[in-house]
Design a protein around this ligand. Structure first.
Ligand code: ZN
Length: 283
């Protein structure tokens, strides 16, 4: 078996720009959908080539230069609402549906592109005084020429907690509107709290259970639109299940052999559940 290929993404910040667009990777978005080309076996490929090869239909308007992937310059841009995309072999693909259809590095790149385009759309004016902003060199920040306020792309931390008990069961909850799907507990970090404090608070607020022995389990950028998910495992310490009805429709302890419908494989929550389930099955 050949070793897995590790692809290397090197970030760039304005006003950096490559000397040429030869072999470039283009990430054209329209209404939150990425334009890609159909490939074999359900896979898709990103738009590649120099700027001239894009033709008039895909001509980039104010592209954001993101950096290089294995040396290839990468650009994100938005297509106008009226652009004709009736191009043979091309399709518009939402980011969630893109998962598993390109490799991990390209998927991460598409998520990053989506977040920066969102940031550009939402940062043209100062949040303090409403005047136009200008780029701050060397970063993605935007500075207000009027009052000096500087803002940077939003990254919103949210914590995931996989809670197990002494009987080796996992605590899963279903939110209103989820139907039959369950996941581990999750919540946004509030100002002034640590990630561990957030994990403990969310579990206690949502299901009335006190946990202990919190351990970091990994993180995942989640570009919907700009979260970072931080996973922890924790053990049940005390308390009876008591649901916060506005947040949780149902919650229960599950064994490995009777798991309910779970989140899609894309998510860190699912990966953590699979790791827990696999660890039990290998014993
Ligand atoms: Zn201002």
């Amino acid at each position: 078996m050949s070793p897995p290929v590790t692809r290397r993404f090197v970030r760039a910040y304005p006003p950096a720009a490559p000397e040429a667009t030869e072999g470039a990777i283009w990430l054209p978005f329209r209404d939150g959908q990425l334009l890609v080309r159909d490939g074999d076996g359900g896979r898709v490929t990103l738009v590649r080539g120099d700027a001239a090869s894009l033709g008039t239909e895909l001509a980039p308007d104010e592209p954001l230069y993101l950096g290089t992937l294995d040396g290839a310059p990468c650009y994100a841009y938005e297509l106008g609402a009226g652009a004709s995309l009736a191009l043979e072999g091309w399709r518009e693909q939402g980011l969630r549906a893109l998962y598993g259809r390109v490799d991990e590095a390209e998927y991460g790149l598409a998520g990053y592109a989506s977040q920066l385009l969102y940031w550009r759309r939402s940062s043209r004016f100062c949040a303090i005084c409403g005047q136009p902003t200008e780029p701050e060199e060397g970063t993605w920040g935007r500075r207000c020429a009027n009052c000096g306020h500087v803002a940077y792309p939003h990254v919103t931390p949210a914590v995931l907690v996989l809670v197990t008990d002494e009987a080796d069961r996992i605590l899963l909850a279903s939110k209103p509107g989820w139907g039959t799907r369950y996941s581990i507990l999750a919540g946004f970090v509030e100002p002034g709290e640590s990630l561990e404090e957030c994990a403990a608070r969310e579990v206690e607020e949502e299901v009335g259970v006190v946990i202990e022995d919190l351990r970091y389990a990994g993180s995942q950028p989640w570009p919907f639109p700009h979260q970072i998910m931080i996973g922890f495992t924790g053990r049940y310490a005390r308390g009876e299940l008591k649901l916060q009805e506005s947040e949780i429709a149902h919650a229960a302890w599950f064994t490995r052999d009777a798991l309910p419908e779970l989140p899609p494989p894309l998510s860190l929550s699912r990966q953590m559940i699979d790791t827990w389930a696999g660890a039990g099955n290998s014993r």
